[in-house]
Design a protein around this ligand. Structure first.
Ligand SMILES: [Zn+2]
Length: 238
């Protein structure tokens, strides 16, 4: 009988742990920015899991043609394979962020492996692009307390997202990707899209690339302006 009061406490702690681990914007394991200001019609485009020549290149063309900023959260291993594409992203004036070395789910890793995933990607991306990295997004948003100490040491601001549209699902067409973004768009939204596949450097993300011109024109028609995600960095990190 003496033990029963502990049960809800333990369940609550486990619930909180799961919230911190699986909720991409949870503050439990360090702050993650999941949305911008909600007072104005602004939105932020983010592309994860690249670089990937067949999708990143057409996406860069669309962004250039429409003068739209974006951030690309790069996988170190993909940068190693396609360094010229990563350089093109930086050369076009877009921010690149760290998305780990091999897209590992960090919540199941210990401090040494987490440090390796982040630091190795940091070195690879910095060396390949010459960019100074300021932002990090965890694969799938999964974090644990060890992630925070590494991101803090590397000086990163951690980002989550406001909504994704499952654009990595091969059953979702370009038209459907576009329609989902249009339906979910709201002020301050950080939009999660994919120009790569975390586990397959040749993964097909051409549907996302094909959806992008429509996504941008729909948003502008609804009165939205796309801003660089770096606008949301804390003052000291800009
Ligand atoms: Zn990812």
């Amino acid at each position: 009988m003496a033990l029963t009061p502990l049960v809800p406490v333990a369940a609550g702690a486990l619930g909180a742990w799961a919230y911190g681990t699986y909720e991409p914007n949870s503050p439990l394991f360090g702050r993650a920015i999941g949305r911008g200001p909600t007072r104005e019609r602004v939105a932020y485009l983010t592309f994860d899991d690249g670089p990937n020549p067949r999708a990143t290149e057409p996406i860069l063309e669309t962004l250039a043609a429409s003068a739209t900023p974006a951030v690309f959260f790069l996988v170190g291993e993909h940068v190693r394979r396609f360094p010229a594409v990563a350089r093109r992203v930086v050369g076009a004036g877009h921010e690149v962020g760290n998305h780990t070395w091999r897209h590992r789910k960090l919540h199941v890793l210990g401090p040494r492996r987490i440090r390796e995933e982040l630091e190795r990607a940091h070195e690879l991306i910095t060396e390949a692009t010459g960019a100074s990295l300021r932002t990090f997004r965890a694969p799938h948003g999964y974090r644990n307390p060890f992630v925070r100490s590494v991101t803090r040491r590397l000086g990163y601001t951690v980002f989550g997202w406001t909504f994704g549209v499952w654009d990595s699902d091969p059953r979702v067409s370009a038209d459907e990707i576009r329609a989902r973004v249009r339906r979910k768009l709201r002020p301050g939204a950080i939009i999660l899209l994919h120009d790569g596949d975390g586990y397959d450097p040749e993964g097909d993300r051409r549907r996302t690339a094909a959806a992008l011109p429509g996504i941008i024109s729909d948003a502008r028609a609804a009165g939205y302006a796309f801003r660089p995600l770096t606008d949301l960095l804390p003052a000291g990190a800009r």
